[in-house]
Ligand binder design. Structure first.
Ligand SMILES: NC(=O)c1ccc[n+]([C@@H]2O[C@H](COP(=O)([O-])OP(=O)(O)OC[C@H]3O[C@@H](n4cnc5c(N)ncnc54)[C@H](O)[C@@H]3O)[C@@H](O)[C@H]2O)c1
Length: 362
């Protein structure tokens, strides 16, 4: 990671001890990159990368990795105490809906108990000022309607992934009221983002990695729900929201210690078929067919209302769906043809779009 110096968020994260759980995953690796670029002292807690190649390994960041299971409270507490972070971004999870049907117990234990274990570990950290737990847009009770869900809408979830994240939200709200509202305690918030895409995701049963694998193998892509509508956004969009929220919490602003949606503009709510048609521009050979097999239930319509983040955090998406697809296709095409990752370059482009200064070229 030589030569990566990007100036943004002023001095908020420079030199800060930051713990990112799930740093070996898709979103966590991008967040670790962004934090490292700002001069933060980044520590990660995760399981070792599950996929090869992994975005995290390819980035080769200069940071401390602690490979452990967040379901094991004692080891987790000891490790977090040793790191003594000033802020925690908790992303580690079992994040896949279909896997959650195959293995509900691991999903619940990781997403609910793992979150509780993080909060327990956070209660005894002397330097800690802020904790942000990442849940999901799927934590709402899905009414299959066209309106976007707001932060005060009912929580729920049909599949084990969604329900375990909704349960994590309830646990987070309880910990906030019961323990984290006392003076000197860290401020605790949760963040709910949309369907995130971008380079470096290799997870199973996700549309972009599945598409890239199919195109690379010269195969037709099997899809399950072409008409399912999701709020698609580039990974950097929600991470920008998390960093803004972290800044407010680090400043000690108690009114920000609550739940936040970070979804795309309404124009980025699009069907799976719409995403595939958009991607055909970059991979004309892309072909797909709809699976005839019976599928476990997944939400059909899902939109987020992010007015609160726009109004109070001054956050807004800067890359529309077309740009998001372009940047995603660009990342994978480059990786496939030249075995190069464009993450640093794309982070810089995103920061330029935000209007943040880049101090020096990479
Ligand atoms: N990708 C999306 O579209 C999306 C959308 C909304 C919310 N989210 C949430 O964002 C977070 C990150 O998702 P992602 O897409 O990067 O997932 P990912 O699968 O790429 O990464 C998951 C990370 O969690 C870690 N992890 C899993 N089980 C663990 C355990 N028992 N102990 C320690 N670490 C463990 C993995 O090692 C990995 O680092 C998750 O909380 C997910 O629910 C993701």
């Amino acid at each position: 990671m030589e030569g990566l110096v990007v100036k943004d968020f002023g001095a908020t994260y420079r030199g800060k001890r930051v713990l990112v759980t799930g740093h070996s995953g898709f979103k966590g690796s991008w967040l670790s990159l962004w934090l490292s670029s700002m001069g933060a002292d980044v520590h990660g807690i995760s399981l070792p990368p599950e996929y090869s190649p992994s975005h995290f390994s390819l980035l080769a960041l200069d940071m401390q990795s602690h490979w452990l299971d967040i379901r094991h409270l004692e080891t987790l507490q000891q490790t977090v105490a040793r790191i003594d972070p000033e802020i925690i971004f908790h992303l580690a999870a079992q994040p896949l809906v279909r896997r959650s049907y195959r293995d509900p117990q691991t999903t619940w234990q990781t997403n609910l108990n793992g979150t509780i274990n993080i909060l327990e570990s956070a209660r005894n950290c002397s330097a800690l000022k802020a904790v942000i737990c990442i849940t999901t847009d799927k934590c709402y009770e899905n009414k299959e309607w066209h309106w976007g869900y707001r932060e005060n809408d009912a929580l729920g979830g049909h599949d084990p992934y969604s329900a375990s994240k909704a349960a994590a939200e309830i646990a987070i709200a309880s910990y906030r009221k019961a323990f984290f509202s006392a003076p000197q305690m860290p401020l605790l918030a949760s963040a709910r983002a949309g369907n995130v895409i971008g380079g470096g995701d290799w997870c199973e049963d996700r549309i972009i990695p599945d598409l890239v694998r199919a195109v690379s193998a010269g195969k037709s892509l099997e899809i399950r729900s072409p008409n399912a509508t999701r709020p698609w956004q580039h990974v950097l969009e929600c991470l920008y929201g998390y960093l803004l929220l972290g800044e407010k919490l680090l400043e000690g602003k108690t009114e920000f210690a609550e739940a936040w949606n970070f979804g795309p503009d309404a124009s980025s709510n699009c069907t799976v078929a719409g995403i595939l048609n958009g991607m055909k521009k970059y991979w004309p050979e892309l072909a797909w067919f709809t699976s005839s097999a019976n599928q476990p239930h997944e939400a059909g319509l899902l939109h987020l209302d992010s007015s609160k983040a726009r109004l109070k955090l001054n956050w807004k998406p800067v890359w529309d769906l077309e740009k998001t697809l372009e940047k995603t296709a660009e990342w994978y095409s480059n990786f496939i043809t030249a075995e190069k990752i464009l993450s640093i370059q794309q982070l810089k482009e995103y920061q330029t779009a935000l209007g943040h200064d880049s101090e020096k070229s990479f």
